[in-house]
Structure formats: C-alpha cells, structure tokens
Design a protein around this ligand. Sequence first.
Ligand code: G6P
Length: 742
Amino acid sequence: MKQVIIAILVIVTIVSLIVISFTVNQVAQEEVRLKSDMQYRSTLLADSLKETVEPNFINKSDANLQNIVNRFEDRERLAGIAIYDNKGNTTAVSSTIPQDITQSQKIAADAMDADKTTGDFISLQNSKYYVLAIPLHDDKSVVGALTIVQNAGYIDARLYEIWRNNLLRLLIQASLISFAMVLLLRWIIYVPIKSLVESLQSARAGQQTSKNLTNSLLFKPLINEVSNIRRSLFEARSQASEEARMRLEELESPWTAERLKESLKDILKGRTLFMVSNREPYIHTKNNGKISYFLPASGPVTAIEPVMRSCGGVWIAHGSGNADKLVVNRKDKIQVPPEEPKYTLRRIWLSEKEEQGYYYGFSNEGIWPLCHIAHNRPTFRKEDWEEYVKVNQKFADAVLSEIKNEEKPIVLVQDFQLALAPRMIKSQRPGALVGIFWHIPWPNPESFSICPWKKEILDGMLGADLIGFQTQLYCNNFIETVGRELESLIDFERFTITKNNHVSYIKPFPISIAFPNGFDQSENENDRSDKEKLLKSLNVKTRYIGLGIERLDYTKGILERLKAIEIFLDRFPAYCGNFTFIQIAAPSRTKIKKYQDFAKEVENEVERINSLFKSKNWKPVVFLKKHHNHKEIQIFYKLADFMLVTSLHDGMNLVAKEFVASRYDEKGVLILSQFTGAARELKKALIVNPYNGEQTADAIKEALEMKPSEQTKRMRNMREVIKNYNVYRWSAELLKSIINLG
Ligand code: G6P
C-alpha cells in the first residue's frame, strides 16, 4: 500500500508541475495579448477624438469639450475621458472617471512634456486602469492633453480565471490518475500476485483445493509455471504418502507427525477438525513499531500445536496479543505457523470486562483453585459467572459459524475455560461430533460441590459426546460428581453418562508432547558452547545444576521446593558453593492479586535463602522471572543435573516430559511430585511428596550422587514411555474415540 501511495504521489507531482508551468506560460501570453489589445484600442480612440477635441480646445469652447467628453460615458470598458490644459488644470472630465485622478494628471503631464503619446497601467481604489494621454497642439506648441482612462480590471479577472480552470482540471486529473492507478495496480498486479501466493501457500499446506488462479495476461507464464509446480507437488505428496502408508502397515513404528497425518486421513475422511481453546498458539505483539509473535507457556498449546501442524484444520482461540488484530484478515483469521502455514487460527476478541470476568475471575479465581487441591480458596462472583456464560456463548457462536457448511464436523474443546461450550454447540448442531478435554485435575465430589454453578458446568460438559481427562482417577471423580449433582444414568461398565437421551463417554487420555519430532536427537556441536555462554551470562559458576521451570503459579509448589533446597543445603553443607538451583518462572495471570502476592512471596523466599547461604562468588538460587522460548528452554534442560517438579496438584505436567525428551544424552535425573498426572507414567523419576521438604532434600542428594549408569537406565526407560505415548498417539486415540461415536 505504501508503494502505491508513493507511486501515485510521484505521478501526481509530475502532472502538477507540468500543469503549473503550462499555466504560468499561458497566463503570461494572455496578459501580453490583453494589454496590447487595450493599448491599441485606447490609441485608436484617442487619435479619433483628437481631431474633434483640438479645434475646440484652441477655441476654448469648454462647453463643447464637456459635451464631447460626456458622449463617452457609460461605455463598457471605458472609465472616462479627461482633457487638461498645459498647466495641468482640468478643462473637461467624464463624471464616471475615478475621483483621484492625480496619477492620470501625471501621465498627461508626461505626454505634454515629451510631446508624445504616453500610456500606463495604474491602480486606483483597488481597481486597475489603463491611462493613455496624447498631447494636443495649436499651430506652434503643446497646449494640453487628452486622456483616455480604461477599466483594466477584466485582465486580472481573466488571468485568475485561467489559473482557476487549470487548477480545477489538475485536481480532476490527479483524482482520475490516482483512481486509475489503484484500479490498475489492484487488478493487474495485486490480485494476480495475491492469488499466486495463496495458491502456493495452500499447496505448501497440502490443501488439494484452492481458488482458481486469476486469469491475467501479464502473469500468464508465471501462472502456468505455478500451476505446474502445484501439480507436481501434489503428485509427489500423494506418492510419498502412499509409500508412507505402505511402510506403516508393514512396521509397528512409533507415532510421529507423519504417521498421525496418514492415519488421520483415514480417520477424518476429509472432514475438518475444529480445535477450540481459550489460549491461542501464536500471540502477536507490537514493540517499538515492530510486530513479532511468540508461543505462550501453556500445556495445552505445547501439546496441541504439533497436532494441528500435522493434521491442519481451524483453531479458534482468544486473540490476546496487542498486535493480534493487525495481522488477521477480514474474517479474523490468520494462517499459522506464520513462517510455514499449516492450519488456520481464528481469533475471538474479548472486551476488558469479558476477559476480567470470564478469564481472570471465574476461570482462574473460581474453577482453577476449585479443581487444584492446593489450599487456595476459590472465589465465585455472580458477575464473573455471567461473563463466563457470555464468553462461552461467544466461542460457541464462532464455532457454529465456522462449521455451518460442514456436514459432520468434529469439534474438540479444550479445558476448563470453556466448560459450557459443548452443550451450546451441540444444542444447535446435534449432528456435530463434540469432545472436551479437561487438562487440569477433577476434584472429588465434596470439593466440587462448593461451586454455586456446579450443575450448569456439569450440564455444559455433558453436551459433549466424549469427555476426556488426564487420568482414570479424574474420570472416576467426574462420574461420581455427576451422580451426586444431576439426574442421569451412569453406566460404570462402559463409562458413560446418559442425560436427556444423550450419551457422553468419559475416558482417560494422558496428554503428552511431540516426541521424538521437535527435539534434538543427537549431540549438537553448539550445545556445549551454548551451555557455557548461558551460564556465563547468568554469572553461574558451579559444579551441579538443579532446574525448575513453570508458570509462576501457586499450584506448582515453588515455595515448597525452595524450602526443600534450604533443608538440603542445611543438611549437606558440602554442596554450598558447588550447587546452584535455577528457577525459571513465566509470569502468568498477573492481574490476579493472589498471583501478584505469590510472585512477591517467591522473590522474598529466594532472597532469604540466598542471604542465608551465599558466599563471595556464589549464591544457591538464580531466579529468572520471564518468558523463555522453546529454544532457550532446551539449553537449560540439557545443562541440568536434575529437574525438580514439585506441583502440589497438576493434571499432567508437560515440563517433566519435555525435560526427559530433551535428554538425548540419557543423563540427568527427574524429581517429580506424586501429585502430578505425569507421575503415573514416569515411574523411574524420583517421586516425592512436595509437602515433605526432608524427603525432597533427600531426593536432591540422591539425584546429585546417582551413578551415571543408573541415570541412563532411568532416563532411557522414561524416554521410551514418552516415545510410546506421545501427543501424536494421544490425539489419534482421542480423535478415533470421537469418530467411532459418530
Ligand atoms: C494450564 C491450563 C491451561 C492454560 C495453561 C496456561 O495448563 O490447563 O488451560 O492454558 O495452564 O495458563 P494461561 O491462563 O496462561 O492460559
């Protein structure tokens, strides 16, 4: 757009310069023509009058002279006539002549002195006149002068008219040129190029269908070439995919992005997948005029993003970045990942009030502490609940508009922020297959019963055909809760709940990460220098490194962990100076007071422990309160001797799995809270009760002193577990389960 404006400006400037210089020239010529015409006419009149005036002047017949003068009043351009004697006195003068005639007297005097016709343009009372004087003679000498005064104002008026007309013409020309330029650039260049880009993007994303390429003569050769490239790409792809399918049938290979893609082709049969979550996978922000994006620290995003990359579809989520609106199209959509589009992200906009009530209020001050047994009292406010209902409806409406042309859409709703959406979608589109996956724990029925809107939440979730939880225990808790709160039919054999003739299946699907894809599988030559650089930048000089990474959230047990480190250093002082714990915490939900207080408490605790143990060049805890991207975190994972995950309650905890996945060297120890979903799978971690500081301190010691062979044995086992049940398998099983219900 900027270039188009510059091109238009350049052309308009050139046209303006041409028109202005032409006008200057035209005006100058016209002025010369009009002036000489006036001089000529004035001279003719003066010469013809002189014949009559001279005898009367010599005879001093003033009355006759006045009569002659009077005859020339009321002529269109003639202002009047004046006759002077050679002393400058007026002998006869038209009544129409301007009062102040000093200047015309002067011209008359000049004509008499020089004894020749003299003329000049003068200004009087804001009007322009042309005065021509010719000397009158008796036999011997000059006796007076006859002066013709002409109105010359029309010359300026005519010149002004030329300017006005030409500038008006210029304005019309400039507008027409700009309009024509925009049309030309749009239809001749922009539209065909855009269609080419879209066609290449859709080919790259593996979409068979794309809009027809625009018919443009100008780009015909290029369009033909692109069509050929698309065709070859599709042919190569389908051949490769056929080969992959055959290979997969032969081998019992682990789940990968490629395998998921292939098996989803069979499962989905051309149907589009609609993913719905509060948190979006890409957040665009604008800093110092530059737009960039990042992936937020969020379990569901970590898990689902690779799935969407591999199977495509539409992901509907809250657009929370300050530049999100600047990068979407008219339908609030953007193709992502931005540098290599694979699926569509449709953004939902929330007002501050909606975000406050729905996200901060009901979701994070209500349901979050309600479901996590972390001894933080939930807060339920009616106004938050109202926003929660409203925003769930907003998400449901967006889904409904997206699936309106889909015959049997598959909708996968994510997590506790959208508990009501399944019912809202299903009531409008009973034929849609709807699933909801609950990423966080589901508490026991007593704990859940304190929620004032428990029945509405349960009913909203039971709109789904499939309700997934991280563990069997959470499934059991949910079924028991429904049994207690709602009238429904529960089948413990099939794990179904029937309410108003609709059946919902309740099943565990422990979520995982994209492994092996997405993680380095071999020693990278940069690894060593990256680690060294990182430690240097943090000013960490130590032999052993412990690591903690999470959102700054009170459920993660960060204070309990710090306490355990204090106990560890107290009990095993030999590690002072040799051991540093790096705690990375991404700020989260920072508008909520409990989170602000918690962040301060953690900072104070870090300071307290550091001041207890620190020495000149060493301190036990390095606290990094900021968001780190995937690549940065990988380096931390690789340099840690142990990773400490001490969540007080956690649906799964994907950080634990990411740490294991990053350790291709099969070294390092995972210390894992027994209250995480991950503890059920990663049995070779050192499992601890995070409330038991002494036990955690012992685990730290055990980790630091564990033999390398033992580390490898444990790490290898855990890596196998994750490889066998990675997020590709998770999504394949979840989707297969939903589709089998349809
Ligand atoms: C947990 C929840 C998610 C949430 C994530 C990050 O993993 O289960 O639903 O997205 O935390 O929290 P945030 O509030 O920043 O999205």
